[in-house]
Design a protein around this ligand. Structure first.
Ligand code: IMP
Length: 185
């Protein structure tokens, strides 16, 4: 049976998201921005972050599926559940509007191998936005396969599979208010 262990409490998350909102507000004072969330995981983070940014703003969402980027039944020699990305990202929902000449904040739940955000960043750059910045709530730098520069990072976390606050395991646990490590997968 998988177990849940709190890694980041709702209070800790709320404090950090407020700080990230203040940073974005400072950086874009007097300007309009568009938050682009990556479905589905970033929906919870985006809704909290955007409410900490009292600037003129709009929302859009993009959907991607990254194959294999989930824990598998396979275990590594240390007995940890293994998950890997095959490096294949597919667009499942495109943007509803053009980003030309807009200040874009790309909002993602977790930066893992970097494959997803690399793919999406390239896609968004093709719109020729005025600026493009990345806000990722979590970062697992030890798993990086492609370099990616995120300007706003909430927390750097160890290499563990986490759920809650939008993050899922097989579509479950997204509604947990805390971010938890899923143990004994
Ligand atoms: P990347 O392309 O490897 O950077 O993966 C980013 C995506 O992988 C995220 O948007 C999540 O959907 C998923 N992911 C990576 N690590 C975790 C995790 O620990 N929990 C839940 N989803 C994860």
């Amino acid at each position: 049976m998988p177990g849940l262990k709190v890694l980041l409490s709702r209070k800790t998350i709320a404090q950090r998201v407020a700080e990230m909102g203040e940073e974005i507000t400072r950086d874009f004072r007097g300007q309009s921005i568009i938050f682009v969330g990556v479905l589905k995981g970033a929906a919870v983070f985006l809704s909290d972050l955007a409410r900490q940014v009292p600037l003129d703003s709009t929302f859009d969402f993009i959907g991607v599926s990254s194959y294999g980027n989930r824990p598998t039944a396979k275990e590594d020699p240390a007995g940890h559940a293994a998950w890997d990305s095959l490096g294949e990202v597919r667009l499942t929902k495109d943007l509803d509007q053009s980003l030309a000449d807009r200040n874009v904040i790309l909002v993602e739940d977790i930066l893992d191998t970097g494959l997803t955000l690399n793919y999406i960043s390239k896609l968004l750059q093709a719109h020729q936005p005025r600026s493009l910045r990345i806000a990722a709530l979590l970062d697992k730098p030890s798993r990086r396969k492609q370099p990616i520069q995120a300007q706003y990072i909430g927390f750097t976390i160890p290499d563990a599979y986490v759920v809650g606050y939008g993050l899922d395991y097989a579509e479950r646990y997204r509604n947990l208010p805390d971010i938890c490590v899923l143990e004994n997968l």
